[in-house]
Design a protein around this ligand. Sequence first.
Ligand code: SF4
Length: 488
Amino acid sequence: MVDSEELLNAEAADHFHEECGVFGIFGREDAAAITTLGLHALQHRGQEAAGIVSCDGSQFRVERHVGLVGDTFTKQSVMDRLKGTRAIGHTRYATTGGSGLRNVQPFFAELAEGGLAIAHNGNITNAMTLKRRLRNQGSIFSSTSDTETILHLIATSCEKEANLRFVEASRQLEGAFSFVALTSKKMIGCRDRLGIRPLVLGDFDGAWILASETCALDIVGARFVRDLKPGEMVVVTDKGIESLFPFEAQNSRLCIFEYVYFARPDSTVEGRNVYDVRKQIGMELAHESPVEADIVVPVPDSGTPAAIGFAQAAGLPFELGIIRNHYVGRTFIQPTDSVRHMGVKLKHNANRHVIEGKRIVLVDDSIVRGTTSQKIVQIVRDAGAREVHMRVASPPTRSSCFYGVDTPETAKLLAASMSIGEMAEFIRVDSLGFLSIDGLYRAVGEAAREAEQPQFCDACFTTEYPTRLLDHETSSVPTSSLLAVGGQ
Ligand code: SF4
């Protein structure tokens, strides 16, 4: 018999997943409580585990737990322990390689100079090389996480001054990282030189906040100050805030998938409201891939804003033809392919009354393995749809991500081995259309993708990675088997 949790996990495995959210606050008595709220807003960036480290200026308290933020950090006993005027926190998504308490962040260590906690979103593509060197020098690792590597680089730095230790450590890192760190005197936030993963600065009645997304500021009523620049390191102390730039200036290559799927629709990422972009994506899609149909139906929830945009641009009614059950849990067992086929009904059901006899445009954010799409199409057909036309709010995903996103290996991506016609046959739709890469760039407000110097990371669509993949270049082993990736 198939376990219902496995079925849910199967559906989760058919999407790209952002692996982490980070949050930090400096300068409030209730720092841990605010961090809990911030993490709650960032729960979509990771549901396997959460952690908070607080500090009262000398003593650190660490709470790291498997489960949702609300499972642990609403308990009075836990919150009572997290004393201090500063705190950092982390939400983590599971991958095949690295679940378990030892990989839950923030990491904390007592160094010669005092305590240091760090939480990270992204993936260090040379972490294995760095780890090997550090091990040879005597470092002992307690996790399989690339984040612990950052902590060891800071710990073993020859620099005397704290900021310079962070600078020296960060300069050795390749790949994607947005981290927040806490010492007894400082909170430090840093974005990699290309700004692949987001990180914003906020102000809450004089207390500084660093967070993966603006929705984590909104939840507590904090003021958005600005996005950190690519390659910027922000140092917050009792005296205020200063910015360092450890890396040579480079053009931003923010992950464009943040707009397609990862970020919450109410967040603003680098000046663009995510909901607006997703609607615009739907409009572009309607122009690029028009179809004769009766209604537009989103695959909820991630396909909804694009479906609204599609319907508006196409002049078709928008209908909730598929209903999602929001009260289903999630676990992290890797399912088999056969199980994957059965997973979707737990979460989605067709609204027969809306669908029967109609020609449907089904809008989803992306197609990864295709098995979820296949099942959803079947549900809609079983409910009496006359025709099913799938429109996808991103280009075909052809490559794995090595920058802190949980993705299947490239061979398992449908678009890596099939033409669009073959994919249409596989998911059994009457027609299939994807947004073009230029359409995606137009939707985020760019005139076009600049081939010589693209404005975003779009490697999972174009296979053009903005950095060297280093540890991952010579291996055919999936990323998650090499190392627990994604700042776990
Ligand atoms: Fe984002 Fe680039 Fe990863 Fe794709 S490859 S998910 S665009 S960071």
